[in-house]
Design a protein around this ligand. Structure first.
Ligand SMILES: [Cu+2]
Length: 118
């Protein structure tokens, strides 16, 4: 067994040095980055490449009225989605997300979008 471990250790080291791919990466979002949307109700839907812990993930919205304001987040149709509702008026906005993937890694990012005047 020690011999096997010795043989495996270079492999284990190389695995440890490899970036983790199980943490969550945003693969699809509503709104899309730099989208132009009408004013009114906004259904935010972010989809990730892996399952996330929604209770320890967050979304904030900054816009013409100020912010960042934290949005109440919900689980979407799958364990890899973050869903929230907001009401928006014309102006420039940024949605910032932070999610905890099941591998224990936190990732974050932002999605800017605009709401057009009617
Ligand atoms: Cu990870």
């Amino acid at each position: 067994m020690p011999r096997l471990l010795k043989l495996m250790s270079p492999l284990l080291l190389s695995l440890a040095a490899t970036p983790c791919f199980a943490h969550a990466v945003l693969v699809d979002s509503m709104p899309a980055p730099n989208a132009h949307l009408p004013a009114g109700a906004l259904a935010v839907k972010f989809r990730y490449n892996s399952r996330i812990d929604v209770s320890r993930s967050k979304l904030t919205l900054s816009g013409p009225g100020g912010g960042p304001a934290r949005l109440a987040v919900h689980r979407g149709d799958t364990d890899a989605m973050l869903v929230a509702d907001a009401t928006v008026v014309p102006g420039a906005y940024t949605l910032r997300w932070q999610v905890l993937a099941l591998d224990g890694h936190i990732t974050r990012g932002s999605v800017p979008f605009s709401v057009d005047a009617p």
